[in-house]
Design a protein around this ligand. Sequence first.
Ligand code: PLP
Length: 382
Amino acid sequence: MKKIHMVDLQSQYQKIKETVDQSIKEVLNSSAYINGPQVKEFQADLEKYLDVKHVIPCANGTDALQIAMMGLGLQPGDEVITADFTFAATVEVIGLLQLTPVLVDVDADTFNINIDALKKAITPKTKAIVPVHLFGQVANMDAIMQIAKEHHLFVIEDNAQAIGATYTFKDGTKKKAGTIGNVGTTSFFPSKNLGCYGDGGAIFTNDDDLAHTIRGIVNHGMYKRYYHDVVGVNSRLDSMQAAVLKVKLPLLDSYCDARRNAAKFYNNAFVNNSNIITPTTSSCNQICDQCDCHVFHQYTIQITNGKRDDLHQHLLDKGIANAIYYPVPLHQQKAYKDTRYKEEDFKVTNKLIDTVISLPMHTELDNEQLTFITETITNFLK
Ligand SMILES: *Cc1c(COP(=O)(O)O)cnc(C)c1O
């Protein structure tokens, strides 16, 4: 049996080695390391794939969030609501821009922002909502877009974990995750669903003016060379990374399918185990099996009998990689603690940190590995 990793980038690379190597070689032969044709080509390919008017590539997913917030003109003191249970990048950039983060609780079944908590958190200072499509599942965008409309708020989708997912609205229309709000952001970090071989990120929007503003911000605030109209940043996707992404983008749908198949295998294996809560795909309006709203960046289960930490260690002892995403809620992190937060407002997150465990999830898992993982878990949690 192949070694069981959380992600298996090496096996994935071996299958596409020839085309990737060739694509990288073209960059080397041209020496156009920055703003080479690969960047423009990948940008156009991604616009087409997402059916969005503008993709602005940048250096990483954290920059993408920061630049999106700068592009929207958010000002110090503006309140930005986001989920308490997520990777820190989201709240980090809110802090860096001297905006006020307002963390709210999440849903116990989807791990995504809780709609009632979100409504309760809105004040006259609220300017934006950042739904994070956590673990690859799109948040309840019907409700979020409705709330944003009523209160005139911007929606910035943190789509770092859900690229390739499709959200189905109540009226049946479908949109790719990240193209629903005013602006969406993503990360091409190697282990993300569409990963490059270094750092990379992108911003998506259908708003022409916002796209123009953002294109200047990523390039030192220049709209004309050496004329700096606004304070910008230097954030680029380099040609080598674009060369890799250009080869991998056409494979993204098959990668999503491979992840969903692994998730199905896990779901079936755990269905009768009362100690395990498997992920639900209830946020959009489709029957699960016909639904594309979850692309399983992570496959995260909840262990209900208090044995999560024991399971974590047991799996490690058996050579099965696994991880706790996330062990500390953001409102309790040293950097983001605030007397505004009351523990009773974070009942779900405070519970999830003790029950969640993420299992190996990638495009290269085979049946032998999945059988070994699921049997090891069900034997331990009998
Ligand atoms: C990975 C990630 C980011 C940051 O992306 P980087 O490319 O690592 O900067 C932001 N938000 C979420 C939810 C992520 O998972």
